[in-house]
Design a protein around this ligand. Structure first.
Ligand SMILES: [Zn+2]
Length: 115
């Protein structure tokens, strides 16, 4: 058994993982001490602007690790690419109503499913 010493604000080289929830490949690493799970597909600056406006974190990928992009780093040309977005699983599950619809609104399609 090996013990690793805790390093304050450690950044680790990212490794490929599979998201335990949606099964998609992601990169995982510590970015200045904070665990980062990012999509593997680089995004454009326009997409990054939309994601950051929505509160989604973005990172610059370097061999040494993921660099969290704050406002000053987003304007730094040396950190311009590749930019990866924090992973979000696609297709959030929808909570279905436990109450049945009124009988006059129920429709049955040819497969027998209620639509
Ligand atoms: Zn996922």
């Amino acid at each position: 058994m090996t013990l690793r010493a805790f390093r304050y604000l450690e950044t680790t080289a990212p490794v490929v993982h599979t998201c335990w929830r949606c099964g998609r490949p992601i990169l995982y690493g510590l970015a200045e001490g904070i665990p980062a799970r990012v999509d593997i597909t680089p995004i454009s600056s326009a997409v990054e602007a939309a994601y950051t406006a929505a509160g989604r974190a973005t990172y610059t990928l370097r061999r040494s690790g993921l660099i969290h992009r704050d406002q000053s780093r987003r304007s730094d040309p040396s950190l311009a690419s590749p930019v990866l977005a924090a992973h979000q699983c696609p297709g959030r599950p929808e909570q279905l109503s436990l109450m049945s619809a009124p009988a006059d609104q129920l429709q049955i399609d040819f497969t027998g499913r209620t639509v």
